[in-house]
Design a binder for this molecule. Sequence first.
Ligand code: HEM
Length: 144
Amino acid sequence: MGTQSLFDAIGGLPTLQQVHRIFYDKIYADPWLGKFFAGHEQAAIENRQTEFMAEKMGSAEKYPGKSLRQVHENMYISNELVALRTSLLRESLEEAGVDDTLAGRWMRIDAAFAKQVVKSSVAEFYRDYSFAYKQRIIHPKPQG
Ligand code: HEM
């Protein structure tokens, strides 16, 4: 008997699609995170995230997109913003009824990639990400 991939254990694409629908509904509705996604079609973002996580969870399909670091290089993503996104992901996995152990494995994969997109400070962001052709996207945390 072979070892089952997380992708199969979790229920394959239908589960990924269900979780990502709930997750991006929350992200788009959030007064801070939602700002980063203004102008991006939610269904397209959900599909990309599903393709990405499917590959990382051991599906046979290869993720066709760009590297995460490249995609997020012009966004100022702080640890606090990542923590907010992580809490919405945890809620989404619970609401979708994903088993705790499998949800934990999902969250660990996600956390590993979050490290690639986070910037430690605005100063570092300006120093280490120098591109002439892209505008930097900085959304301060809304007050209140
Ligand atoms: C708080 C942290 C994050 C923010 C604010 C954020 C924001 C965004 C935005 C605005 C886009 C659309 C970019 C574009 O199409 O030009 C995007 C794309 C994407 N993000 Fe994130 N992201 C975050 C963290 C993550 C993490 C941790 C992952 C992976 C686990 C991830 C995976 C993706 C993928 C797969 C795409 C699609 C890339 C493509 O179209 O090829 N993101 N993100």
